[in-house]
Design a protein around this ligand. Sequence first.
Ligand code: HPA
Length: 267
Amino acid sequence: MIPAAVELIRTRTSAAPKVAIVLGSGLGAFADTLAERVEIPYGDIPGWPHSTAVGHAGKLVTGKAGGTEIAVMSGRAHFYEGYAPAQVVFGVRVLAGLGVRTIVFTNAAGGINLGYSQGGLVLISDHINLQGFNPLIGPNDDSLGPRFPDMSDAYSAELRAVARATASELGVALNEGVYAAMSGPSYETPAEIRFLRAIGADLVGMSTVPEVIAANHMGVRCLAISCVTNMAAGVLPQKINHEEVLETGRQVRDAFIRLLTALVPRL
Ligand code: HPA
């Protein structure tokens, strides 16, 4: 299925990007800023799962950001939508098949660290996988990567240094922290958030981790940036709703786009 998807994409675009960006909830606007844009709806690509989440567009876009050729996944498949683990990481596998060597993941996340605030951007330094599965379970395809891949630099320290330097030059505040991945789709309970804080998580979300595992498996370098769309359950005396998550994503859109555009040519 992966070679067929790669082949279809090659019939639509002559782009040969080495860098890709995966856009999270409410962050899809970045794809529209690319120069020399070619859009391929996921539905046109054999085997590509269509995202059903509100706020996720569902297209692969190639083009240039800051003069550098990139591929952008606007919309991703989540485990909570009912997709099998292999489907959740299908896009990342196809990107690697296209020749992508570096992927920047973005997502919406709840802030657990009390030093964060709504609308802040956080560089993910590491993760805790609590989704209940690993996308590498099953027979290993040795042509893609090793059976037991190392995860000690899953979020490349080198790329994080570049991201920090870029953000500081732009005057964009960028915290750094550990992302805990839950399956969702219900948000966490306040007790779960206290548990996550106790085990060392700064952020909580429902995506990114399976994709980062699959990318590391293939030797693809990863960088990930969360937008704190809301403080996590129980931190503030208010409920969490998806509309607020999307709205905060829209509010930080400009800072996010500036950061990504400046970052891409340096990766
Ligand atoms: N929890 C889990 N996922 C999320 C949250 C949250 O609070 N906000 C955005 N994605």
